[in-house]
Design a protein. Structure first.
Length: 179
């Protein structure tokens, strides 16, 4: 797997063999970052179920100020930290944690929240609403699933596409009406 854009473009990412790991394919990442814009300078991202950390590493390569990567696998988190250090990128904050527990205690706001839980799990009823709460104004939630997702109340699906078995979505909060 490689970084497809930004300052680290073309760099290879090596990670431990984990049977349930399903990295975001290059084609899907290319579309995602076309939707978000290639330059993420100063942006703050949260990558839940980060796995290989490729979405966090892509964001940092494109100028993100902070990429918070969360996964319950210590081996995967160590690998993400090792790759970031070998690339010489700053701004990675990595946590070995359960996604739901992490979201329960997290209070910072983020410009982009990446969600890529294991296929077959169904955390969406709590995961999408809680992630929307953490968005800064104008922020996005990116979600990958094995089926099309509906946005939670107060949000819209801004973009949706499918590549093979992967449905990927970019959602954002709808501004509350004035007065």
């Amino acid at each position: 797997m490689r970084i497809i854009g930004g300052r680290q473009r073309g760099r290879i990412i090596r990670f431990p063999a984990v049977s349930e790991l399903r990295p975001t394919p290059d084609r899907v990442r290319e579309t995602l970052f076309n939707w978000l814009g290639q330059d993420l300078t100063g942006r703050r991202t949260l990558d839940l179920y980060c796995g290989t950390g490729v979405l966090s590493l892509e964001a940092l390569s494109r100028g993100a100020a902070l990429a918070v990567a969360v996964d319950r696998s210590p081996a995967l988190i160590r690998a993400v930290e090792t790759v970031a250090a070998s690339f010489g990128v700053a701004g990675l904050e990595a946590h070995v944690a359960d996604a739901q527990a992490f979201l329960t205690r997290e209070s910072r706001s983020f410009d982009v929240v990446f969600l890529d839980p294991p296929f077959g799990s169904d955390p969406w009823t709590w995961l999408l609403p809680r992630s929307m709460v953490l968005l800064s104004p104008g922020g996005f939630v990116y979600a990958e699933a094995d089926h099309e997702l509906l946005p939670p109340p107060g949000a819209i699906t801004w973009r949706h596409a499918r590549a093979g078995q992967v449905h990927y979505h970019l959602m954002r909060a709808v501004a509350a009406p004035m007065g």
